[in-house]
Design a protein around this ligand. Structure first.
Ligand code: ATP
Ligand code: MG
Length: 751
């Protein structure tokens, strides 16, 4: 006992130590959730530094999220006492690759200060290219083509790699050309997208062996967390860097691979031993995170997946409650129950930040947010926007606000050209000018401009349609239930069709959010009451910071742990998602099941799963079936409670004996319910628009008294002319250059 053991080794079990101390050669740690993979990786980093195997700057450590990178940095500086000379290259694949690319940007035609586009910028750019190459935006929505290019990039393919077959499948057979054009455009803008960060580095490594050599020389040790979610280009990048020294340590869990929809390839785990012969594979089997019941439930569930490597998990913890399954009547009751459970935890002296609510899809957060606001429970949404802050929800609210209150100029501005109706900046500027001059709200000013020549005829026609739509919806608002109004309004405005045309995972989520908005509206007596509620909720931003309940998607919870976890909405069509059921493949169902495994294993002492018997969609009660994943949980580890009669639910027994008991029943379409209703859509509207005008919107038509027939005046667009006739605020003018026009007096100055 001459040398006391360094702190970072204390408490580690034997295989963890092996993962830390086997510094030379390839190491793969393959182990289940909560077995201390991340802990071992962090200790390894500390060990390499403490024993001077390498300077921090000679170590590359890759994590899956920026949050994980920050945590690892903190843990390393605590372990090494903060005395670290230089910092390791520690971050996500994207952040590390971006840092590299800044030093070599010129090799791929960029400057070192290149910008990294976010998804919105990326889509805007793609739209421009689609228009420029005369593609039909409806047939080839920007989001879809951007998704295709992302996939190619995730596979490490530059335009030169795209073979004829791939190319032909997209953009009318011009996939490769569009991709090349997109890359050219990015270069001109001195920009790249996320996928480029790695792809450019791969290109550079392949074309400039000296650059690759320098990084190989520098990085003596490479560490990778959440290895099961690396995609092909990330794998190639790692392999190129690690090849000569082979000091690569990857940790992962094939059962937690949940990003295949973003190109992650769990096969990378299987390839590891072949690509790095002699790799030491270490298995960790002791779980330090969860109670035996939580572990047993998760293990029993994941055993239903066929394609897995399989592993054993055990824990020394022997106390703990069974996983609680709560069947509730409907969504609001689900939120109420969770609120009550959390309040009980607080009364026992617990803290809100012990608790997390994990959902499958973003739209599920709304009911919890509203409940927590109502009972004054502080919460945070991690990795996403709060419900009413999402772009599509704000757009929908803007439509509703404008219908309820035509003077709402902010709402007008937000949606006048959303979806696109050819009302560009120029047209909007003109409406603004008239509104300012006359002191009218934008919508009223717009209506007044319709029978003048102030706008180009295309802009005028679509503005006429917009104004008359608003007027018509205003009339409907008096007659229809307001959730119905919301649906009609989103359909007829073309907003729903716009999202449907995108055909992406993201737009499906947005449609779900809109369906959820209509559900939310049902709880309020009138449109006005609902809008007031929303403005109060939005104002709730300034919650005191400190202890908060966390609400997040399962995807965002990867790698994290919480003492108490609530898993909401375990119903067929929600989880597994409708999308995964529609696609039907075993692969997508297995990915959903891995997601369920990740969800349960986030819990340390208590996991509660909830499912509702009814979800309300457009004022109609639709009964829902508990998720098959609930039926797959081993009975020994769960405790079922249902607020409905019957105790041990019938469906459960049926399911295990005969499979899906409801297979013969038409499934409620739980997904984007708008789809059914929108067949008519924007384009199917009859051409009666111009006539309809803004009849329901009152116009202040009083003209100016400083103008008279025969007077010579100046108009901002048409120049000089003579007034021929005056009718309220409209003037008939014979312009010296532009001919005879009907204009508004607000655009005219005397003499
Ligand atoms: P996941 O698969 O979810 O990413 P993981 O395998 O990375 O899990 P960690 O997050 O590293 O697991 O560890 C899970 C919990 O167990 C943490 O709270 C960690 O501090 C604790 N832990 C890890 N190793 C040990 C150990 N040897 N002794 C005691 N506790 C440990
Ligand atoms: Mg981990």
């Amino acid at each position: 006992a001459l040398n006391p053991e360094p702190a970072y080794l204390q408490g580690l079990n034997a295989p963890q130590r092996e993962a830390v101390l086997t510094t030379e050669g390839p190491v793969l740690v393959l182990a289940g959730a909560g077995t201390g993979k991340t802990a071992a990786l962090t200790a390894r980093l500390a060990h390499l530094i403490a024993t001077r195997k390498a300077w921090p700057s000679q170590i590359l450590a890759v994590t899956f999220t920026n949050k994980a990178a920050r945590e690892m940095k903190e843990r390393v500086s605590t372990i090494t006492g903060g005395a670290v000379e230089g910092m390791p290259w520690l971050g996500t694949f994207h952040s590390v690759a971006a840092r590299m690319l800044r030093s070599h940007a010129e090799l791929v035609g960029l400057q070192s200060n290149f910008t990294i586009l976010d998804t919105d910028d990326q889509l805007r750019l793609m739209k421009q290219l689609i228009v420029a190459s005369n593609l039909d935006e409806k047939r080839w929505p920007a989001r879809q083509l951007a998704g295709v290019i992302d996939r190619w990039k995730n596979r490490g393919w530059t335009p030169a790699h795209i073979d004829a077959g791939e190319s032909e499948a997209f953009a009318n057979g011009c996939g490769r050309e569009l991709y090349a054009a997109y890359q050219d455009r990015l270069r001109t803008l001195n920009a790249c997208d996320f996928g480029d960060l790695l792809l450019h580095m791969l290109t550079i490594f392949r074309a400039h062996p000296d650059v690759l050599e320098a990084y190989r020389e520098r990085f003596r040790y490479i560490l990778v967390d959440e290895y099961q979610d690396t995609n092909a280009s990330q794998y190639d990048w790692l392999k190129l860097l690690a090849e000569p020294r082979r000091n690569l340590c990857c940790v992962g869990d094939d059962d937690q691979s949940i990003y295949s929809w973003r190109g992650a390839e769990v096969a990378n785990i299987l390839r590891f031993e072949a690509d790095f012969p002699g790799a030491k594979v270490i298995r960790l089997e002791q779980n330090y995170r969860s109670t035996p019941h939580i572990l047993g439930a998760a293990t029993g569930l994941i055993a239903h997946n066929a394609g897995r490597l399989g592993k054993t998990l055990w824990t020394e913890v022997n106390a703990g409650e069974r996983v609680k399954i709560i069947g509730v009547w409907d969504g609001p009751e689900e939120a109420r129950r969770v609120g009550e459970e959390i309040e009980a935890h607080l009364r026992r002296g617990g803290s809100p930040d012990d608790c997390a609510i994990l959902v499958r899809a973003q739209f599920q957060t709304r009911e919890f947010e509203e409940r927590f606001i109502a009972i004054g429970l502080a919460y945070q949404i991690v990795g996403g926007f709060r419900f009413y802050e999402r772009a599509e929800i704000r757009d929908a609210l803007a439509y509703l606000r404008l219908v309820a209150q035509p003077a709402d100029d902010l709402a007008f501005e937000r949606i006048v050209n959303q979806p696109k109706r050819g009302l560009g900046d120029k047209a909007v500027a003109s409406i603004h000018a008239h509104a300012r001059a006359t002191g009218q709200p934008l919508l009223i000013a717009a209506a007044a401009m319709l029978d003048s020549d102030e706008l180009q005829s295309r802009a005028r026609n679509s503005l006429a349609r917009f104004v008359s739509d608003i007027a018509r919806w205003r009339q409907m608002a008096a007659e229809l239930p307001h959730p119905e109004l919301a649906r009609i309004l989103l359909d007829e405005s073309g907003y729903t069709a716009m999202l449907q045309a995108e055909r992406s995972a993201e737009s499906a989520g947005r449609l779900e959010n809109l369906a959820e908005l209509a559900r939310a509206m049902e709880e309020y007596e009138s449109l006005g009451a609902f809008l007031e509620h929303v403005s109060l909720v939005m104002d709730n931003d300034s919650q005191a910071s400190g202890d908060r309940v966390t609400i997040m998607t399962i995807h965002a919870a990867k790698g994290l742990e919480f003492p108490i976890v609530f898993l909401a909405g375990w119903e067929e069509g929600v989880f597994p998602s409708q999308r995964s059921l529609d696609e039907g493949g075993l692969a997508s169902l297995e990915e959903e099941r891995r997601l369920a495994y990740v969800a349960i294993t986030r819990a340390r002492s208590l996991a509660t799963i909830l499912h509702a018997a009814n979800r309300r969609i457009y004022g109609q009660w639709t009964s829902s079936i508990p998720s098959r994943f609930v039926a797959e949980l081993p009975k020994d580890h769960i405790e079922e409670e249902t607020t409905m009669t019957g105790g041990e639910s019938l469906w459960r027994a049926q399911w295990s004996e005969h499979g899906d008991p409801f297979a013969h029943v038409a499934r409620p379409s739980r997904g984007p319910g708008w789809q059914r209703a929108s067949a008519g859509g924007y384009n199917a509207q009859p051409q009666r628009i111009i006539e309809a005008r803004a009849s329901a919107i009152s116009l202040g038509n009083k003209g100016r008294d400083d103008l008279s027939v025969g007077q010579r005046v100046f108009h901002s667009k048409f120049g000089y002319g003579t007034i021929e006739a005056i009718e309220g605020n409209k003037l008939e003018i014979e312009f010296e250059k532009a001919g005879r026009k009907r204009v508004l007096d607000s655009f005219v100055s005397a003499g």
